[in-house]
Design a protein around this ligand. Structure first.
Ligand code: UDX
Length: 485
């Protein structure tokens, strides 16, 4: 019976089409395939084109994993960066949702989708049975609705931290208690009381960034919609899947679980199931920076990366640059082409000038981040506190300096600074003297390094055989097989 159910399980995995979401949902899809489940991974047409032929699966489980795509509705030259995120959200809702409904309907019959309608990157897909379950990104509530309407069991995958989702789910209580909206011009260091388990350390400034906007401009209608959609779609899902570990977010997970049908904490997925054989980067990785790191002393380098979406003003860039130079350590800085207003060449030249054209700095457009964080030369990570970046640094025991930018990053960085104590939270400050001092402290503090190393050990236990994440993943595979039988 179990074998028959396993043969029938075919999961459609649909991430929000951005780098940070692909980076954890792709290892998840690979892991399902490795566990014997058939998986269709749904990209946007734009991303699948950018990933190119290397996105075709390779390796032992490739016959169980295929890639399809739907349009995101934006022109190809749209940067799809944080400035245009709302356009992407709206365009997906208007265009991708229609294509998704048609695709899912076709995948529910035994007939494979026609190549003319959907880009099929892998021939291995033909012969897949009908889709038996959908795992949709929690930030695609309409995808959860569509699956539900077509009577397919659907699970919501949250690529953000559990603590940030708990904050969203707590929004009604925050309004009820008067924590929200913030009074105009009010003190952002005031504690907030409405997020369970976080009363002793959460301040207004640590809530996800959309809550803050609610304070500046009255109750932001977009926040209301976001909160409503997240809660509604999470409630509709058969289960919530988190890319987190019990030892990191036990309390948040425990507060979410009673309100959901089921909750699975199966991360950090990149470490449990590296999808090495499949291209996942939308930018070309500059491998030269690893050779540069090879020439640096142990724990001497500051790695600076603000993820795939954050952009900074030229003024902020200058403050960071001056602070990094003054801190005196060599640094490796990822500056994507769309990241600072000025042209990339000009920005790279400014870094070269500030460091006297010497070897103190290496600037790249995109780094192989996991290899960098694993490198013995890296002493600390100046990060925007995106959830993938945090998990990647946690696993390597690298101390962090957090400069959160938006979304869940504000609450993630509070956990780094005040709960796990594996780094320092520089939120809302962008001054060269503070950058210099905070970087020095992260590089030199034995206490922070010890906390980072202890946390890495704990999380490694979670993902090892018999650990909580490994066990939860097994339970999830059984759950999906049961839903599919
Ligand atoms: C976003 C949100 O910021 C994040 O908080 C949310 O949880 C997921 O979506 P992003 O801003 O890109 O993602 O940050 P992050 O979650 O850290 O993901 C960035 C990914 O890109 C990481 O996996 C990182 O390893 C990778 N990366 C980044 C590279 O491979 N090379 C780089 O040079 C920079």
């Amino acid at each position: 019976m179990a074998a028959a159910a396993a043969a029938a399980a075919h999961v459609l995995v649909f991430p929000f089409p951005l780098q940070g979401h692909i980076n954890c949902m792709l290892p998840f899809a690979t892991a399902l395939a490795a566990a014997g489940v058939l998986v269709t991974f749904l990209h946007s047409d734009h991303n699948l084109r950018r990933l190119g032929p290397a996105s075709t699966p390779d390796g032992p489980h490739s016959q169980r994993l295929r890639f399809l795509s739907v349009p995101d509705g934006l022109p190809d030259n749209d940067p799809r960066s944080v400035g245009g995120l709302l356009e992407l959200v709206e365009s997906l809702q208007a265009v991708a949702s229609v294509a998704f409904r048609a695709l899912l309907a076709s995948l529910l019959s035994t007939k494979s989708p026609s190549r003319a309608d959907h880009h099929d990157a892998a021939d291995s897909g033909s012969g897949f049975p009908p889709v038996s379950c959908v795992v949709a990104d929690g930030y695609l509530p309409w995808a959860i609705d569509v699956a539900d309407e077509l009577a397919v069991p659907v699970l919501a995958f949250h690529t953000s931290s559990a603590c940030s989702i708990l904050a969203f789910l707590s929004a009604p209580r925050l309004f009820e208690l008067g924590d929200l909206p913030f009074p105009a011009g009010g003190d952002l260091d005031e504690p907030v009381h409405g997020v369970p388990g976080m009363e002793s350390f959460l301040r207004r400034r640590d809530l996800p960034s959309s809550f803050r906007r609610a304070g500046e401009h009255g109750v932001n209608p977009r926040l209301r919609v976001l909160v409503k959609d997240t809660s509604r779609s999470s409630g509709k899902a058969r289960a919530l899947i988190f890319n987190t570990a019990d030892s990191l977010e036990r309390s948040a997970l425990a507060h979410i679980a009673p309100h959901m049908r089921d909750v699975f904490a199966v991360g950090p997925l990149h470490a449990m199931f590296p999808a090495a054989a499949i291209a996942k980067s939308l930018w070309r990785e500059d491998d030269g920076c690893v050779a540069w790191l090879d020439g640096q002393a142990d724990r001497s380098v500051v790695y600076v990366s603000l993820g795939s979406l954050a952009v900074m003003s030229h003024e902020q860039f200058t403050e960071f640059l001056s602070g990094l130079v003054a801190a005196g350590y060599p640094f490796l800085w990822v500056l994507r082409p769309d990241m600072v207003g000025a042209s990339q060449d000009a920005v790279f030249q400014e870094v070269a000038r500030a460091t006297g054209d010497g070897d103190q700095a290496r600037v790249v457009a995109w780094a192989p981040q996991r290899d960098v964080l694993r490198h013995r030369a890296v002493g600390c990570f100046l990060t925007h506190a995106g959830w993938n970046s945090i998990l990647e640094a946690v696993l390597e025991g690298v101390p962090m300096v957090c400069w959160p930018f938006f979304a869940d990053q504000q609450i993630n960085s509070r956990f780094v600074g005040a709960v796990w104590r594996n780094g320092l939270d520089m939120k809302d400050v962008c001054e060269r003297a503070v950058v210099e001092k905070t970087v020095r402290e992260a590089m030199e503090s034995d206490e922070t390094r010890q906390s980072a190393e202890a946390l890495a050990e704990q999380v490694k236990r979670d993902i090892a055989d018999g650990g909580s994440s490994a066990m939860e993943f097994k339970r999830l595979v059984s759950f999906i097989r049961e839903l599919s039988s």
